[in-house]
Ligand binder design. Sequence first.
Ligand code: GLU
Length: 278
Amino acid sequence: MRINRIFRLGIGAIAVALAATACGGGSDAGTATDHAREGKLTIGIKFDQPGLGFRDKDGAYQGYEVEIAKYVAGKLGVQSDKITFKEAPSAKRETMIMNGEVDFIVATYSITDGRKEKVDFAGPYFVAGQALLVKKENTEITGVESLVGNKKLCSVKGSTPAQNVKDNYAKDVQLVEVDNYSQCIEALRSGSVDAVTTDDIVLAGYSGQSPGELKLVGKLFTTERYGIGLKKGDQETRTKINDAIEAMIADGSWQKAFEETFGSLGTMTLTPPTVDRY
Ligand code: GLU
């Protein structure tokens, strides 16, 4: 009898421990599709990247990736007002997905083999490339080939451009790594770094904020395919998000969202990427 009681207590303790693990990330267990069926989603975006993922003074979310997140959520059956947006800094994205802190992430998140070991990606929904941003008056930095003479280059921890600088340009430049790109922009404005490097579209978002002050220089020197990051192995949600991205491209909302948030393209047209159902 006594043994039996201890045994039962033991099982109870295990059950409590398992429940605690499932809740470890602050959100309940279940896939993104389960959460969508319950009518709510938590989506990671950037909070400080103008035109892409931006939280304004009043706490409203704006940007191309906010629109993509809303469209995808809609296709999963979730209204915009039932989305909780969470800030997903570059270095924390894999962890946030693995911990279940977010259902998925739409945050200038390049699809890479390294990241695919920890998370899965739907998409791509956009293709960008690494570029350089300098002050308007800078004539020394004209492109990646001018990165000589120990210039100070700012980028963000956990990002592919910072890794690319470490891998390929470490002997020619000093890399200053910070937590988000707005800190890099501040450093550029104050003159404590010579350039900021990340994807062209991210840089264009900042330079568009203060025309005439900052400029993008040189050619793009990487290809960054933006995916929607989600829990590894959640094939059901990945297929649904891929379907949503294709629908968004096909019905014109993809291009419209870009023009309405990021800016008019004038006569230019955007080429939509092909979704990769790997
Ligand atoms: N697309 C790159 C990346 O995923 C740079 C932009 C970012 O840090 O969000 O690392």
